[in-house]
Design a protein. Sequence first.
Length: 93
Amino acid sequence: MRKDKTLKLELIHKWTCPYSAQVRDFIEENGLKNRIDFLEVDETEGASDRLSQLTGKTQVPCLLIDGEPKLESRDIIQWLDQNLVGAQGTARA
Ligand SMILES: N[C@@H](CCC(=O)N[C@@H](CS)C(=O)NCC(=O)O)C(=O)O
């Protein structure tokens, strides 16, 4: 996995989903908002189709890492923590 600024990160999420909220909260708390594009599944055209094409599911949240989907809020947060959150809260990926 590349660890550079060109890594494209997209979060397919839903406002009303508590698991999506946990991921959004982590992103907010760690100052990562400017590194991630947010695609609300009901508001963003094509997001739902893309989600089902990539995962075969309708489950959110889903983090797309250079187009590769990662499901499960715990795994998404762990990935963000390990790959983006630096010792002083700065993005390093
Ligand atoms: N274990 C999952 C649960 C995610 C989940 O249940 N999301 C709901 C919305 S809150 C969902 O997408 N339900 C529709 C589906 O699973 O197809 C996680 O932690 O991310």
